[in-house]
Ligand binder design. Structure first.
Ligand SMILES: *Cc1c(COP(=O)(O)O)cnc(C)c1O
Length: 371
């Protein structure tokens, strides 16, 4: 029988299934008790004052831009090596993403490049914890303080990671998590905004719920809002996932270690550097082909891996090359050489909690034979 190893997969147990069924048998499918319960898991685990559940990571980011007063003409410096939602979200209200190149080793924002891109219109920095590794937040905050910039952390890929002992998500004025099924934990779809800032929390709570105020009535809407609510079925699943988070993170560490052991000494591949003082929360397992590997040959390699039953993908295509960004901002090949060289050479290998050691063995043997 031919093996089929998917790229990603969720880890749902009877605890999540029973919790979801209990909500379905209850009176409250939305705006019920499971929402504050799920939010409480985040305030406790991360040691933050506020956690606000919402319908997706993208929705959470959108509301934070609004709460941070980023609007038309405001420039936000961020990375082109990310999932598209990080920069899309800031354009919904008219903000302008200004991309800068990344560090070739950590694959994260490079503070020197940020510094060079600051203009009088710069209002914020959007650091992204790429693949579960926060960027150099000390350097980013030094720039933000000096130039009076807001800092929003896109921590959608980093639940469980730490930076100098502090949890990912708490490294900006607000942080945002996403719960799509390929993330560390899932609610099917969903997101969470975390912050210690009362004003941001107030705004996000109102915006997710049609612009209502906590004391106002159901039909009082002091401001323009959205329906970005999470429902109680999702929250019940999320609470169970959070209660299993240490187990989930341990499983992911174990799979990553199996890959690392088997790839140690493989000169044709390299991996993201994890800076000292940082604990990664494994989101994906991405390898980078060497610079001498002919750039165009990666796609052939991916096809052969897939033909062998191995799920794989390119993470990430450069955001600035997406047609919409090229048309709107005129980005050209060569604008961000480090990002582009990396993006042409990365391969995401199968990675999920219940991936077996035998399957990791098969993936690595197959990959090595094809290189
Ligand atoms: C997953 C992700 C998001 C948000 O995703 P949703 O699917 O909207 O929950 C945002 N930024 C990054 C970097 C992500 O990986």
């Amino acid at each position: 029988m031919k093996r089929e190893i998917p790229l990603s997969g969720q880890d749902i147990t009877d605890a999540e299934i029973n919790a979801a069924v209990a909500v379905l048998r209850s009176e409250r499918l939305s705006l019920g008790p499971r929402i504050p319960e799920f939010e409480g898991e985040f305030t406790q685990r991360l040691g933050v004052k506020h956690a606000i559940a919402c319908s997706s990571g993208t929705a959470g980011l959108h509301m934070c831009w609004h709460a941070l007063d980023i609007g038309p003409g405001d420039e936000v410096i961020t990375t082109p090596f990310s999932f598209i939602a990080s920069s899309n979200s800031l354009m919904f209200d008219g903000g302008k993403p200004v991309f800068v190149d990344i560090d070739s080793q950590t694959w994260n924002l490079d503070a020197a490049c940020i510094a060079a891109a600051i203009t009088p219109r710069t209002k914020a920095i959007l650091p992204v914890d790429v693949f579960g590794v926060p960027p150099d937040m000390d350097a980013i905050w030094a720039l933000a303080r000096k130039h009076h910039l807001r800092v929003l952390e896109d921590s959608c890929e980093a639940l469980g990671a730490t930076y100098q002992g502090r949890p990912a998500g708490t490294l900006g004025e607000a942080g945002v998590f996403g719960f799509y099924p390929n993330k560390q934990m899932t609610t099917g779809e969903g997101g969470m905004v975390v912050t210690n800032d009362d004003r941001i929390a107030f705004m996000v709570r109102s915006l997710r719920n049609q612009g209502r105020d906590p004391e106002g009535g159901w039909l009082a809407h002091p401001r323009l809002g959205y329906n970005y609510r999470m429902n109680d079925i999702q929250a019940a699943i999320g609470t169970q996932q959070m209660r299993r988070l240490d187990e989930i993170l341990a499983k992911r560490n174990r799979v990553a270690k199996w890959y690392q052991e088997r790839l140690a000494g493989e000169k044709r591949l390299s991996m993201q550097r994890i800076p000292t003082g940082t604990t990664i929360s494994w989101f994906v397992f991405v390898v980078r082909l060497g610079d001498d590997y002919p750039a165009g040959h990666r796609e052939r390699l991916l096809e052969k891996l897939r033909a062998a039953g191995i799920g794989c993908n390119v993470y990430f295509p450069c955001i600035h090359f997406q047609p919409f960004y090229r048309e709107r901002f005129g980005y050209q090949p060569g604008d961000f050489p480090i990002t582009e060289a990396l993006s042409e050479r990365t391969i995401a290998l199968p990675f999920f909690n219940n991936l077996s050691e035998g399957d990791v063995d098969f993936v690595v043997k197959t990959l090595r034979s094809l290189l």
